[in-house]
Design a protein around this ligand. Structure first.
Ligand code: DQA
Length: 160
């Protein structure tokens, strides 16, 4: 079971940028916590951060056939990127989007969300803890998929 975590533009500046909105935690610290949870649950995890839209599209495409689920904070591209939305849609993987801040309570230009409609769910406004919630959600989704596959295999065996 492999989870890929994709972080969009300026998230490499966490701990420095607008601490009143995003808090003091650095991206590396968030990722270290996620890795601990993954390890405890026997999951493989990979982290990717880019400030470039095309690189994010490439990374999502690479997940096809390679990963079982995506956790993505597309950051500012959330509000503008049809390309990232289409890439998520194209790979048909369970995807959870995270936003550290509550984008619903912020500026008008953050009210448009291109990504949410193609994601399984969204975790918004919990601060960096949202990544932990997304991990728990993704592990639950993976367990449900595994249970459904096992039930299907058992039903097929009984039919044979
Ligand atoms: C963000 C919210 C976006 O509007 C913003 O552009 C970001 C971070 C968040 O995590 O709260 O860079 O995705």
């Amino acid at each position: 079971m492999k989870i890929v975590v994709i972080q969009g533009p300026n998230l490499n500046m966490l701990g420095i940028r607008e601490q009143n909105i995003y808090g003091p935690m650095k991206l590396e610290q968030i990722h270290a916590q996620m890795k601990d949870v993954a390890t405890q649950n026997g999951a493989e995890i990979e982290f990717f951060q880019s400030n470039l839209e095309g690189e994010i599209v490439d990374k999502i495409q690479e997940c096809y056939g390679e990963a079982d689920g995506l956790i993505i904070n597309a950051a500012a591209y959330t509000h503008t990127s049809i390309a990232i939305r289409d890439a998520i849609s194209a790979v048909s993987l369970p995807a959870i989007e995270v936003h550290i801040s509550n984008i619903n309570r912020r500026e008008d230009f953050r009210q448009k969300n291109m990504i949410a409609p193609v994601c399984t769910s969204s975790v918004i406004g919990f601060g960096p803890f949202g990544y932990h919630l997304a991990m728990m959600g993704m592990l639950q989704i993976m367990n449900e998929i595994k249970a459904a596959q096992e039930a299907q295999a058992q039903a097929q065996q009984q039919q044979a």
